[in-house]
Design a protein. Structure first.
Length: 100
């Protein structure tokens, strides 16, 4: 995966360079989804840390995956997307500016 080009994305006001097996458009769609999930949680009214918002977003996305698996729906497709999310953020991107 080292030869995969990096894509610059913005999630919750932070810039990340990510790479993965997906094309740049799919990486951007995934980043947009994570950003929207985090923004929805932050709009809930309480002031919480970015780390807590990120954990709650991860929990919500994992819950969506779990529901799909239980319903026998597109679980494998959702699982593949979740796995891709994990691969997207290489160590450089996380060290370059994420989190609290």
């Amino acid at each position: 995966m080292a030869s995969d080009p990096q894509v610059k994305v913005s999630i919750f006001g932070n810039e990340y360079r990510v790479r993965g097996d997906a094309d740049a458009e799919q990486i951007q769609r995934i980043a947009d989804y994570v950003d929207a999930t985090m923004s929805a949680i932050a709009a809930g009214g309480r002031h919480v840390s970015t780390t807590r918002i990120a954990i709650l977003a991860a929990f919500n996305i994992a819950a969506e995956l779990h529901r799909e698996r239980e319903q026998g729906g597109r679980g494998s497709k959702a699982e593949a997307k979740a796995a891709e999310l994990l691969r997207l953020f290489d160590d450089d991107a996380l060290a370059a500016g994420g989190g609290d």
